[in-house]
Design a protein around this ligand. Structure first.
Ligand code: ATP
Ligand code: MG
Length: 438
């Protein structure tokens, strides 16, 4: 992509309405535009990152055996009356009436709808287990939408639903998601800590919130400092295992939100207890037959008797994750994207766009990087170098490759790593080799 053509409305001033870094930076980097309170348009740069985050979520869901489908955003009130949640859900639910006076709603979550779909098609225990997910917009009429995409009213969520014949199967499904979540967040450069949680309006017996530590988080959290050294990608559980040992290990290390933490009973010595703030990026529930019973999601068991299926649901705040990643990875100049979700891999900066030699080398580099599949944003604009550097730092691409007349004479280009600020002068070939391998 060429900057001269890209729709990237960056701002120099800090928007007054934004209270936290991620919100400020997303506005300044031209990623989002608020259209109503808590409702955002995703501009090209923001949408690119949102797709990358979604893709990691998708890959880990698929790897854990979940299957993707897509349910609509608009649901019928009738479905929610079957579970008894239509009245319970309260003012957070956006209720709509169509021209025939039928009551509809913009889905805040999908337990009812998926249970209805499941029961329509699945009749036998032989078809279990099943785990179905989608990545879809949700609407919750939050009383106080704030912090940009962190607490929006319309937001993107991955939600999935597991169906098992018995509690043992359902708990295995739960552990698989527990692992998939740890992997998903780790791949985005985040340390998400699962904490025992209340089940709230979803209901159920077993629940963990996945929380990343960040000063601007809305929840107070406490955890053993051992959490900070755990690395699930480096130390994966044995392939094909039932994950019981893995789950036991991860749930034995202390972690609790302030709602659950009790200093009087907490056994972690004070010097090993981390007290911090956190952002909830995911939440998983095992709730047994809470929806399958009232909604009649039964299958014929091995002995022919009807069995209400055991269910769990699992949510990831896909759009909130973008804010969470920025909260945990930025500096005073802008965002620092982890490679896995960066909108482009390289920012190619031409310091003198009207210099024929610079332009020709840049065109050549741009073509070679594209040919090698390295996503590149080429700043070919006729702007001051200072403005170009500032924009590149702001949008936070992992690498900056700078071409200028002085370096060109000496046969070198400059390669900067955004995360560390480290700069090196390299030959054109060496710089290319570095970027193509990285
Ligand atoms: P919270 O406690 O933050 O209000 P929740 O417990 O109501 O969230 P869940 O029903 O567990 O949320 O939804 C799954 C995930 O969706 C959450 O872990 C969070 O990451 C995300 N999420 C929930 N509400 C919002 C929102 N208003 N804006 C953005 N993301 C949200
Ligand atoms: Mg939650």
């Amino acid at each position: 992509m060429r900057s001269s053509q890209f729709f990237l409305p960056t701002l120099k001033e800090t928007p007054a309405e934004a209270q936290i870094a991620s919100h400020r930076l997303m506005l300044r980097a031209g990623m989002i535009r608020q259209t109503s309170a808590g409702i955002y348009a995703w501009l090209p740069l923001g949408w690119k990152v949102l797709r990358k985050i979604s893709q990691i979520v998708r890959e880990e869901q698929d790897a854990a055996g979940a299957q993707e489908l897509l349910m609509p955003t608009i649901q019928s009130a009738e479905l929610w009356r079957q579970s008894g949640r239509y009245d319970d859900y309260g003012k957070e639910m956006l209720r709509i009436t169509d021209r025939h006076d039928r009551e509809l709603l913009y889905g805040p979550t999908n337990e009812e709808m998926i249970t209805d779909i499941f029961k329509t098609f699945v009749r036998s225990y032989k078809d279990l287990p099943k785990n179905l997910y989608h990545i879809q917009w949700k609407f919750r009429d939050e009383i106080r939408p704030r912090f940009g995409v962190m607490r929006g009213r319309e937001f993107l969520m991955k939600d999935n639903y597991s169906f098992d014949l018995d509690a043992e199967g359902a708990k295995l499904s739960y552990r698989k998601m527990f692992l998939a979540y740890l992997r998903t967040f780790a791949r985005m450069g985040l340390k998400a800590i699962p904490m025992r949680a209340d089940t709230g309006p979803i209901g159920g017996d077993l629940s963990h919130e996945f929380i990343i530590l960040a000063e601007t988080g809305e929840s107070g959290v406490f955890c053993h400092k051992d959490w900070l050294d755990l690395d699930v990608l480096q130390n994966p559980p044995e392939a094909g295992s039932d994950l019981k040992d893995f789950f036991a290990k991860y749930t034995s290390i202390y972690a609790a939100t302030d709602e659950k933490h009790d200093p009087a009973t907490c056994e972690v010595p004070e010097d090993q207890l981390v007290s911090a703030r956190g952002i909830e990026v995911g939440h998983i529930f095992y709730f047994g037959t809470k929806y399958s019973k009232p909604m009649g999601a039964v299958v014929a068991g091995p002995d022919g008797e009807p069995v209400a299926v055991e269910m769990g649901s699992y949510g990831i705040g896909v759009s909130r994750l973008m804010g969470a990643i920025i909260e945990s990875s930025h500096d005073e100049n802008g965002i620092i994207w982890p490679e896995s979700v960066a909108p482009f891999h390289v920012g190619l900066i031409n310091l003198k766009a009207d210099d024929a030699a610079c332009a020709s080398l840049c065109e050549d580099l741009y073509a070679k990087l594209n040919a090698a599949g390295v996503e590149t944003l080429y700043d070919d604009r006729n702007e001051r170098p200072g403005a170009k550097f500032a924009d590149m730092d702001l949008i936070g691409l992992p690498w900056q490759l700078t071409v200028g007349p002085r370096g060109l004479k000496a046969g070198v280009v400059e390669l900067k790593r955004r995360a560390t600020g480290e700069k090196r002068e390299l030959s054109v070939e060496a710089a290319l080799a570095e970027l193509i391998k990285a």
